[in-house]
Design a protein. Structure first.
Length: 587
């Protein structure tokens, strides 16, 4: 009797969780042909998407960039009305969704899920109705070069596919750290695509590592102060409950992204604001919600692919049935952003910290044993297949940490071309100053500047403090004027305010300002120093106080002389001075 019950249960799961094929062999993916163990290479993948575009008038495959190794980066656009341009898509009034696969090419479930879903829309037509109120863009593989750096040994914590791509690009960039600085050619191409289309919703498909647990799929949707409150309320009150039910009705257990405080389950599950360098943190600055999918790496590849398909499909179902909700929310978000920060007393939040507010959440994990290991020299977790459920703390709020006032504009000198080029990629609006003008400006002067011993994402990130002062300066013609009164205000603030976690300054775009390029000889500086003290006797007292505060320089003749050099007219007054000016008042 028990075996008969198990047979019936397995039959139900096979029918409902992994749908039976309803199409001819020519449309089977490599994933399906290999008993769900393999994924197709770049060429076979692009051939498949070309087939999809050829078979239906509702699809168009377009190139949007070229990788460093010369591979085409492609996006397929699905529209029943053939709205294959951003302008036509916007006029349609339909929800525009961008699905991105393979930003980390070893995490490739989204690609195989998209191939099956698009086949059901365009070929077998059982899901064609999803185009009633949706326009869908799918990037089959974002990091195309790393997709071809394939091996069964690329991801030690992952259960399939047989061969997996690599995490970083052929030039070793992690694309999911590059959304703001845009160093990689792939990201430059993505930003042009994104800002041309400005989709209403963004889905980024990943696979997570870490602890073992019962969940097949986890997710993150921004809902805190980095996105307009009405959008956050829609996400928590409408969208997330809908997709949660839809995905779990298809047999896949789903939870918020699992991130424990100090990696300790008993300290609680932490919700946090995603920084702008990451995908959905970036789209939040664009006033557009996004979904981060993280399937669980230890679950079988087949299960992960179909779970990914389920969550993408359920999102499209929601937008299909609520076609105007998101477009209206996004339009209101753009207006809200401009109106809110045009008021001087509204400070802009640059960073957030975890709140002390907690409730509880039922966590569904797998039991483990702590076993001593002679190699590790400590105990190591070994997971079992035995499930458990436990209520744990859930830190589900974030508080604002660092704020800054919003100026009327930022002034960017024309010589900082790298900064200006990235600014343009983000779609930031700007004007060029046609003639020189005298203005009161706010300047940042840095101090206590330190650099780490090794780079992060190819850049040396400075640590610093700064002083702020006002000055009246003549601003030359050709200066870039970036006014904050625009829908991309959050991106402007994060890029140009030095304290922003992903600012140009923090990412090292201005590192040359921290280099002193002129020097003095002792014999030349000594008479200058003596003259300075003679003309300003208080300087001598300041010098002795400085020595008392910095006793390490008592016997350092050059540093003693440098004290005076830094206060002399010979010293470079642009050293440690931020080239970007703030203008507080309209001009």
């Amino acid at each position: 009797m028990k075996s008969a019950y198990v047979f019936i249960l397995l039959t139900f799961l096979t029918i409902n969780v992994f749908p039976q094929l309803k199409t001819s062999d020519e449309w089977l993916t490599q994933f399906e042909k290999t008993d769900y163990l393999e994924t197709s290479d770049y060429k076979a993948t692009m051939d498949y998407f070309n087939q999809l575009a050829d078979v239906s008038p509702y699809a168009k495959l377009e190139k949007f960039g070229t990788s460093p190794q010369g591979r085409d980066m492609m996006v397929i656009i699905l529209s029943r009305e053939k709205c294959f341009t951003p302008e036509a898509a916007k006029k349609s009034g339909k929800t525009i969704t961008l699905v991105e696969n393979g930003i980390h090419a070893g995490e490739i479930e989204g690609k195989d899920a998209s191939m099956i879903l698009l086949r059901e829309i365009l070929v077998t037509k059982e899901k064609e109705y999803l185009l009633d109120n949706n326009i869908l863009l799918v990037i089959p593989i974002f990091s195309v070069d790393s997709h071809e750096r394939t091996s069964p040994y690329n991801r030690i914590n992952q259960n399939g596919p047989v061969n997996m791509g690599w995490r970083t690009t052929s030039t070793n960039y992690n694309l999911n750290r590059d959304f703001m600085k845009a160093d990689a050619p792939e990201m430059k191409a993505w930003l042009k695509l994104y800002n041309n289309w400005l989709p209403d919703f963004f889905i980024d498909c990943h696979t997570t590592d870490g602890l073992d647990m019962q969940y097949t799929i986890t997710y993150t949707v921004e809902k805190f102060g980095n996105i307009p409150s009405e959008t956050g309320e829609w996400a928590t009150g409408k969208y997330i409950p809908f997709i949660q039910k839809q995905v779990e009705d298809q047999g896949f257990l789903m939870a918020p992204y699992i991130w424990f405080v100090d990696r300790d389950m008993n300290k609680g599950l932490l919700d946090y604001v995603t920084p702008p360098k990451l995908s959905i943190g970036y789209t939040a600055l664009q006033n557009r919600p996004g979904l981060l999918i993280e399937t669980h790496s230890l679950k079988p590849y087949k299960e992960r692919v179909y779970a990914t398909k389920a969550i993408i499909e359920s999102s499209l179902e929601y937008f299909n049935d609520n076609t105007e909700v998101l477009t209206l929310l996004n339009n209101k978000a753009d207006e809200w952003t401009v109106q809110r920060y045009s008021k001087k007393d509204n400070l802009f939040p640059l960073s957030f910290k975890s709140s002390s507010m907690k409730d509880s959440i039922l966590f569904k994990g797998l039991k483990w044993n702590e076993n001593e290991n002679w190699i590790a020299g400590t105990t190591v977790k070994e997971y079992t297949s035995e499930p458990f459920e436990k209520f744990i703390p859930h830190i589900h709020e974030s508080d604002v940490d660092i704020t800054v006032s919003v100026p009327y504009a930022y002034l960017v000198p024309a010589e900082w071309k790298e900064v200006i080029d990235v600014m343009k990629l983000h779609g930031i609006e700007y004007e060029l100053l046609k003639e020189e003008i005298k203005l009161t400006v706010t300047r940042y002067k840095f101090k206590d500047v330190k650099f780490p011993g090794e780079p992060f994402e190819g850049r040396f990130l400075p640590d610093f403090h700064y002083d702020i002062y006002e000055d009246v300066e003549t601003i030359p013609a050709g200066t870039f004027i970036v006014k904050t009164k625009q829908r991309r205000l959050p991106i402007v603030m994060h890029l140009f305010e030095p304290k922003g976690e992903d600012s140009f300054l923090k990412w090292g775009f201005f590192n040359t300002i921290f280099t002193e390029t002129e020097y003095f000889e002792m014999y030349s500086m000594l008479p200058v120093a003596e003259k300075m003290v003679k003309e300003n006797p208080e300087l001598k007292d300041e010098f002795y106080k400085w020595l008392a505060d910095n006793p390490q320089f008592k016997n350092d003749a050059r540093e003693r002389m440098r004290f005076f050099y830094k206060r002399s007219p010979y010293f470079d007054n642009t050293f440690n001075l931020y080239p970007v000016r703030r203008v507080e008042e309209k001009f």
